[in-house]
Design a protein around this ligand. Structure first.
Ligand code: ZN
Length: 76
């Protein structure tokens, strides 16, 4: 089993997501009470160093992030 670690830049909450599948869904919304109270989705950052991934999963995530950057550049 692998573990993905996120931190919320808004409230400092740490989220541990168990990863059992080859492809997993990245979290976008902070589940902490503080962000919920503020009606904020938080600002989750995936901590790749703290996360224990298989090599190919890491590559997939990096590719996914690259794709996101290209996409957001296009939108802005
Ligand atoms: Zn948060």
């Amino acid at each position: 089993m692998q573990v993905a670690v996120y931190t919320c830049e808004d409230c400092g909450f740490e989220i541990y997501q168990e990863v059992t599948a080859r492809v997993f869904m990245l979290l976008f919304e902070c589940p902490s009470k503080r962000c919920a109270t503020n009606r904020s989705k938080g600002n989750l950052v995936l901590q790749l160093r703290a996360s224990k991934f298989l090599k190919f999963q890491e590559v997939r995530i990096l590719l996914w992030f690259t794709h996101l950057n290209v996409y957001s550049r296009r939108v802005v």
